[in-house]
Design a protein around this ligand. Structure first.
Ligand SMILES: [Zn+2]
Length: 327
């Protein structure tokens, strides 16, 4: 392997960290190197603004779907994540719902969010200048000059050869970056399935399953066939019916009978990733016991769903995941 790539690999694997900034930096520079068209130049310069746009896309997607914690200090959220969260909040307010959307699909200008977007980019550039851009080069007290910096204007310059090398080895480097980034997230987050979440984001494969296959199970909790909303306890018409994750899907990243209830559509889409109240948790525990009894008497097969419901009751999943999700 090229000596230059080895140094990148070494920095990615060994650089100190108390947040994930360095991984975003490495990923941005590698991705920008892939995108360079004109290969005839002597050197290539990336602006911090270009890099900041990459940062925003990474943190947007990891935050809006899973609200992943990106730093070791829970009381002090990294500034770049804060800027990203502020923009996401603006987006939700404008759309008047909490449905997540991939960064690549959001039309900030059409939504009247150009200024908010520029604000976020400006803030990110500031942090890159005062923090990330030069810290990245330092591992264990040694500085590796793998690119040139203009911190005042906010520019990274690399020779054309080096950019070509980064593009050529990009597949390998991006894998190492994702691996290391996931490791960091594992140390900052308590939520389950971190690696699966990161991968789903990177591959753009986050999809919500259709939950109608759970209807026959959930229906067992009601005697007269009338479906009742778990939250407001009122009947639900077929058009307004939805299946909701009590402990947020964004946390669990899975569909489990023990965590699913009927609710009105409007109630489902208006709550974001807010952790439920204890009163709700107690009712869910009761519901699960009832569902287990009913399932045992029903004609439905005692299949995987039954086994998992049983396990959840036995192992106290509702309470354990709820406590963990509260943080
Ligand atoms: Zn309701």
């Amino acid at each position: 392997m090229d000596e230059y790539i080895k140094i990148w690999n070494y920095i990615i694997m060994n650089g100190g960290y108390d947040n994930t900034y360095k991984m975003a930096w490495a990923k941005a520079v590698v991705e920008l190197s892939i995108a360079v068209q004109d290969r005839g130049q002597h050197s290539v310069t990336f602006t911090f603004k270009q890099i900041a746009e990459k940062y925003l896309s990474y943190y947007w997607n990891q935050t809006i779907y899973f609200d992943l914690v990106q730093g070791s200090n829970l009381k002090k959220i990294p500034e770049i994540v804060n800027s990203t969260k502020a923009l996401i909040e603006q987006y939700h307010l404008t759309k008047r719902n909490y449905l997540p959307e991939r960064f690549e699909k959001v039309q900030f200008e059409r939504l009247g969010l150009s200024l908010a977007y520029q604000d976020a980019i400006g803030n990110i550039v500031k942090t890159l200048k005062k923090d990330v851009c030069y810290r990245f080069l330092n591992v264990g007290g040694i500085t590796y000059n793998i690119y040139e910096l203009d911190r005042k204007v906010g520019l990274v310059t690399l020779s054309a050869d080096r950019v070509r090398g980064l593009a050529e080895y990009s597949e390998l480097l991006l894998q190492v970056i994702n691996y290391r980034w996931t490791q960091m997230l594992e140390s900052f987050n308590y939520s389950p399935k971190i690696a699966m979440k990161v991968r789903a984001i990177a591959e753009g494969k986050i999809r919500r399953n259709n939950l109608s296959s759970f209807h026959p199970y959930l229906d067992l909790a009601f005697d007269n066939g009338e479906r009742i909303c778990f939250y407001c306890q009122q009947p639900i018409s077929d058009e307004d019916l939805s299946v909701d994750h009590v402990i947020p899907w964004s946390y669990m990243f899975s569909d489990d009978l023990w965590n699913l209830v009927y609710s009105h559509k409007t109630e489902n889409s208006s709550k974001s990733n807010i952790s439920p109240l204890e009163e709700v948790i107690v009712r869910l525990e009761q519901r699960n016991k009832l569902l287990k009894q009913k399932l045992e008497k029903s004609v439905l097969k005692k299949d995987k769903q039954y086994d998992q419901l049983n396990l959840a009751i036995e192992k106290d999943y509702v309470r354990k995941f709820w406590i963990a999700a509260k943080g």
